[in-house]
Write a protein that binds this ligand. Structure first.
Ligand code: SIN
Length: 274
């Protein structure tokens, strides 16, 4: 079995690492699994280049980290009910995931992470941006940290269901969940902001009107370039993000070209308050 000692190459000082000396198509030892989980927790998003996984190997790799989530609103890969097709055709104008978000935070237990495989890429553009909410939290002033540490927020897919997106949401009813605004990461123990522009409606016990200025401030703060990595995919590359400490954004800058990614998200646990 190869991949006994993975190489972890950080991309910058806040977020992202490329992982080398590993073939994800091969069975993974328990030690490698621990090392990959640790790298993901420390860097927020990790990338594995030149992998060329089959759908079966993609599914098997994701399942080493937990049970795949059910898929809503998008097509799935034939034979893989838990593998979504995140695609944009030449004649489509909108993409999927083209705004800052974390996945399905309107679930009581939001996904722990997602494994994305680049299948077909445009000749330019189509990068994905990731932003570290642990770095965003660290950079807040002590007074604001203290205020946020005691708050909870209500998350919902209400806005998503109301808006005209590429998703097939016909007949869906909104879901709601309340989470701490600052969570503690189960692996690193680090604090992280847990709100996002797509799904956080308001602070618990506050009206939407009262919540808006502070939430807006956090959404803008969380987009600071220093907290981000912008990743350029190549065919076969695998990306794995930690959904409870990272936002992501699929850049829609390749009109007229096709882009196809396959994604398996993994179920998470209830979040730990800071
Ligand atoms: C997403 O999962 O939101 C889309 C990511 C991507 O297509 O780069």
């Amino acid at each position: 079995m190869r991949n006994s000692a993975i190489e972890v190459r950080p991309i910058n000082g806040y977020i992202g690492a490329e992982i080398g000396n590993i073939d994800l198509a091969e069975p993974m030892s328990e030690q490698t699994l621990v090392d990959v989980r640790q790298a993901l927790a420390e860097h927020g998003v990790i990338f594995f280049r030149d992998q060329n996984l089959t759908a079966e190997q993609h599914d098997a790799f994701a399942r080493r980290f937990g049970t795949p989530t059910d898929i809503n609103f998008v097509k799935t890969v034939d034979g893989y009910a838990n593998m979504s097709v995140v695609s944009k055709e030449e004649d489509e104008l909108k993409n999927i995931g083209g705004g800052w978000h974390a996945d399905q935070t309107y679930y009581e237990k939001p996904p722990f992470g997602a494994v994305l495989v680049a299948r077909e890429l445009p000749s330019f553009g189509g990068d994905t941006l990731f932003s570290s909410m642990a770095a965003a939290y660290d950079a807040l002033s002590d007074g604001l940290k203290e205020t946020l540490d005691g708050l909870k927020a209500v998350h919902s897919n209400e806005k998503l269901l109301r808006s005209a997106t590429r998703l097939n949401t016909a007949g869906a009813t909104p879901q709601y969940a309340t989470h701490p605004v600052v969570i503690r990461h189960p692996v690193t123990g680090r604090k992280s902001l847990f709100v996002n522009r797509a799904y956080t409606l308001r602070f618990d016990g506050w009206s939407e009107e009262d919540s808006e200025p502070l939430l807006k401030h956090l959404f803008i703060h969380g987009q600071r370039p220093e907290f981000q990595v912008r990743f350029k995919w190549s065919p076969g590359t695998v990306g794995f993000w930690d959904n409870i400490q990272v936002w992501h954004y699929a850049a829609n800058d390749y009109q007229g070209q096709r882009r196809v990614m396959h994604r398996v998200a993994v179920q998470g646990e209830a979040l730990i308050p800071a």
